[in-house]
Write a protein that binds this ligand. Structure first.
Ligand SMILES: Nc1ncnc2c1ncn2[C@@H]1O[C@H](COP(=O)(O)OP(=O)(O)OP(=O)(O)O)[C@@H](O)[C@H]1O
Length: 782
């Protein structure tokens, strides 16, 4: 047996020992889980048998409560035990198949002996409980594995740095308890394993990367200093992957204080949510909360308006170059996405403290209880030193009193008699019971006609005024819509709050669109967050203080305004923002060309910035080709994994183009690619292409409503392919006709960078000018 074989054998012996131990633990735990589960079922079944319920006297009630509490405690202790045991069991079941993926031998400075550290997705102690057979990849010492090659090495612990020398770094792939791959790493950190991992076919769900985390990614995962961590990374550089491992790391490091539901991931679309949702469970952690900004806006404003979503806005931007108001809309989007607009709103709010508030009159049956003017008068009669939101609360209380007096005055009204006549027997019965309760001890009975009429009148009046009271309590009397509209209806006001001398370019069109949309109950995407901000400024922010960490993926797609809003929404939270300016596809992204808005959120001292330049998703050939499409692309470093050169195919007609696409699809399928995306520019183009393709090849159409990501052939608009990846990508029509405006460059780049192994760009007629790789070495032109 040569040395390598011997080592392999030795390691396999260890794998056998460890997995045997895990198997024994699993057996024991399965038995335990079964017993505890039985206990829980029994306790639930006989819960009341063990409790003596006696309410005859106060003492008996207290005793009953005590016995109830005791029984509930026993139940909850067993349930907790069951949960713990089940989660340990899950971890062990994962470990038994593949107990670890790495080993380092480390000699700590000043300490004799070498420590062998085996790294897996969870830790495992020996039976004595004094030696780690497996270290969790998130343990402090495990960071050595990701940060160093053999030689001098340091890791951080809560009590300080530990220095020493790493003697060995070994990587494994273990499947079904057998070592399939084993090699020691030299200078090229894990290239061989990474090569293997990246060469596999894509999946419908993202995979964890714990075994091959790269040094620069480890900086992101373990960063726990700054309030705000910004990651700018090339397409495919592992931003999302690092962010998800980071969540797992933080949940591990702060396991006593941080729970998964205190972390929120903002995703670009619901399909992306499903794509990444298995990573944390794979690592033995519960998923964090996942949402989209649009879902939040819908939740907050969906009752009041029909909201445009970001995709509709983008479709407009991509499809409506010839619309007369196109430039005006872009200008409006630009302004409404900026921090300047936030400042204008804050200024507007301070003006409103003195004048200009708008209210809805309080009406009943067409009759005015309190007029809007009277409310304004009342509002500004309060001490100006009182905060605006508090003055609104005072006004609310005043209005409720006014409504009460008005309601009392209605008791004798004719409509009340009419409604009493119409009361259903149940209402009548309810009223009777209420009378009994209210009049207890007062000697009044329902035989008393006067009392009966009065009571029923009260019931009727109270019921009728209930919705109005409810609305007042919810502060609906503040006319947010008109207040917001004022900004665009009153030019002087706009100039004043913006501290501008002249109005925006295309002002009249911007103002007209804003006002007419609001009048029709529509809210453009660019207005939604500002509108909500205005509402919150006046009525109070609906902040969420329980969330401790917000992760924003595709951060370049949020406007400066939206980011600021999100910061206010989660005042006790840290933030991780991951983005790539080269993939900024929305019109408002022009307001986010740089890091400034992100850094500005918490200020430089509280912000850290990490850049990822190496791209892992695509082959060397694809990265080499696509990086020429964007500014600064020459800085992107392709990972050394070779594949076919991208193919660019020109057609002279739509029929020919379609025929080429179908040929390509059939060829790629025959070559064994599991996921192939035909990426179109817009939703409508996708629908047309899908109806054509499906006659020849089984294919799914992805729309903004598609909830989950599927394998096979997908036809998808480029903007929905954000964040996901495919074995092969066919860009449906990469012609100059489709992609020539600057706004389309990043969309085109995003589409091309979704490809892992193969990229084919088809074009009808002239090629898009973004295919700059003139050097025919970069691609094959067919
Ligand atoms: N260290 C790694 N080990 C293994 N695979 C990796 C590693 N880093 C990244 N990858 C793989 O590279 C691909 C791209 O990763 P990811 O989606 O996280 O990148 P991204 O920067 O978010 O991309 P984009 O911005 O283009 O959406 C994924 O398949 C991911 O598994």
């Amino acid at each position: 047996m040569d040395r390598t074989n011997y080592e392999w054998h030795e390691e396999q012996v260890r794998v056998n020992e460890v997995t045997d131990l895990i198997a024994v633990r699993i057996d024991e735990l399965e038995e335990q889980v079964g017993d505890v589960k039985k206990d829980v079922v029994e306790i639930r079944k006989h819960f009341w048998d063990e409790v003596t319920v006696d309410v005859s006297s106060m003492d008996d009630v207290i005793e009953t409560m005590a016995s109830l509490k005791q029984q509930a405690e026993v139940l909850s202790e067993r349930e907790l035990r069951h949960r713990h045991a089940t989660s340990t069991l899950h971890k062990l079941r994962r470990l038994v198949q593949s107990p670890y993926f790495g080993r380092i031998d480390f000699v700590e400075k000043g300490v004799s002996g070498t420590e062998q550290v085996y790294l897996g997705i969870g830790s495992l102690l020996n039976d004595n409980g004094d030696t780690f057979l497996i270290y969790d990849w998130r343990a402090p010492i495990s960071s050595l594995y990701y940060d160093y090659t053999p030689g001098d090495a340091v890791y951080e612990t809560p009590s300080g740095s530990v220095q020493g020398e790493m003697l060995l770094k070994r990587q494994f792939v273990i499947r079904d308890r057998n070592i399939q791959i084993l090699f020691d790493t030299g200078i090229t950190i894990g290239d061989q394993l990474l090569q293997q991992v990246l060469s596999r076919t894509s999946d419908a769900q993202m995979k964890s990367i714990v075994a091959t985390i790269q040094k620069e990614q480890n900086q992101i995962i373990r960063n726990d200093r700054s309030r705000m961590l910004i990651v700018q990374g090339a397409a495919g550089s592992g931003k999302t992957s690092s962010a998800l491992q980071r969540v797992a790391y933080l949940l591990y490091k702060h396991r006593d204080t941080l729970k998964s539901d205190q972390m929120v991931l903002f995703s670009p679309n619901p399909m992306f949510n499903s794509y990444v949702s298995t990573v944390l469970p794979e690592l033995g952690e519960e998923n964090m909360q996942q949402t989209t900004l649009q879902a939040y806006l819908e939740h907050s404003l969906g009752m009041d308006f029909q909201l445009e979503d970001p995709f509709e806005q983008l479709e407009y931007v991509l499809n409506s170059y010839d619309a007369p108001e196109y430039q005006a809309r872009l200008c409006g989007i630009h302004y409404k996405s900026s921090t300047a607009y936030i400042h204008a709103m804050l200024k507007y709010k301070s003006l409103l403290e003195r004048e200009g508030m708008k209210f809805h009159s309080i009406l009943f049956n067409g009759q005015t209880i309190v007029s809007a003017d009277r409310m304004v008068e009342q509002f500004y009669s309060y001490d100006a030193a009182i905060r605006l939101t508090n003055r609104i609360s005072l006004l609310r209380d005043w209005l409720l009193k006014k409504v009460s007096s008005f309601a009392n005055a209605q008791l004798e009204a004719e409509w009340v008699d009419n409604e009493i006549e119409l009361l259903e027997p149940e209402d009548y019965h309810r009223a009777y019971n209420r009378l009994l309760k209210m009049q207890e001890g007062k000697g009044v009975t329902f035989d008393d006609f006067e009392a009966e009429r009065e009571l029923l009148a009260r019931v009727v009046v109270q019921e009728r005024f209930k919705p109005l009271r409810q609305e007042i309590k919810q502060l609906s009397f503040v006319d947010i819509k008109t207040i917001y509209k004022q900004l665009f209806a009153d030019e002087q006001l706009f100039l004043k709050v913006n501290e501008m001398d002249s109005l925006l370019d295309h002002w009249s069109m911007i103002a007209k669109r804003t006002l007419s949309n609001l009048d029709q109950g529509l809210l453009d995407y660019e207005d939604a967050t500002p509108y909500l901000f205005m509402k919150d400024l006046l009525l109070g922010f609906q902040v969420n203080t329980s969330v401790r960490h917000v992760i924003i993926d595709e951060a370049q797609d949020y406007s400066a305004f939206q980011l600021e809003y999100m910061k206010r929404l989660f005042p006790r939270s840290r933030m991780t923002a991951l983005g790539d300016f080269n993939q900024a596809i929305y019109a408002h992204s022009s307001a986010m060309q740089s890091f400034e808005p992100l850094i500005g959120l918490y200020g430089e001292e509280q912000t850290e910035l990490i850049e990822l330049l190496r791209s892992y998703r695509s082959t060397y050939e694809i990265v080499n080709f696509t990086r020429g499409m964007v500014q600064g692309g020459e800085r992107i470093i392709p990972f050394n994994r070779s594949g076919d050169k991208p193919v660019v195919k020109r057609s002279t007609s739509t029929d020919e183009l379609n025929a080429h696409i179908i040929q390509d699809l059939e060829k790629l399928q025959a070559e064994g690619y599991a996921s192939i995306a035909v990426i179109c520019k817009t939703a409508s183009e996708s629908a047309v292409v899908h109806s054509l393709i499906k006659k020849h090849v089984s294919a799914h159409l992805v729309t903004k409503f598609t909830p989950t990501f599927e394998q096979g052939v997908l036809v998808i608009p480029a903007y929905l392919a954000k964040g996901v990846e495919f074995d092969a990508v066919i860009v449906y029509d990469g012609s100059a006709e489709q992609y020539r405006h600057e706004a389309e460059r990043k969309l085109f780049y995003t589409a091309c960078t979704r490809a892992m192994h193969m990229l084919c760009i088809h074009a009808k007629g002239e090629l898009s000018p973004f295919i700059t790789a003139q050097d025919s070495d970069m691609y094959r032109l067919l």
